[in-house]
Design a protein around this ligand. Structure first.
Ligand code: ZN
Length: 73
């Protein structure tokens, strides 16, 4: 579920900074526990290939709950 308020800004991908985990909010599940991630621990991206993502976080792990579907396309 996309969220349009701070700190999500309607972007699709949420990066959990301490856990180095990337979530796809379009395919979000309850197990993602997005609402439990502190706003200071969040970076948002519109696209997976956004250069800023790789520059700021060269290592990330796709969330096993919401990123599966994306790989199958
Ligand atoms: Zn997730």
């Amino acid at each position: 579920m996309r969220r349009f308020e701070y700190p999500y800004f309607g972007k699709r991908y949420l990066y959990d900074i301490p856990n180095k985990t990337l979530h796809d909010l379009v395919n979000e599940t309850d197990e993602c526990k997005i609402n439990e991630i502190h706003e200071d621990d969040i970076d948002m991206y519109s696209h997976l290939n956004e250069l800023a993502l790789l520059l700021e976080h060269p290592v990330y792990y796709p969330c096993p709950h919401c990123m599966k579907k994306e790989e199958e396309k």
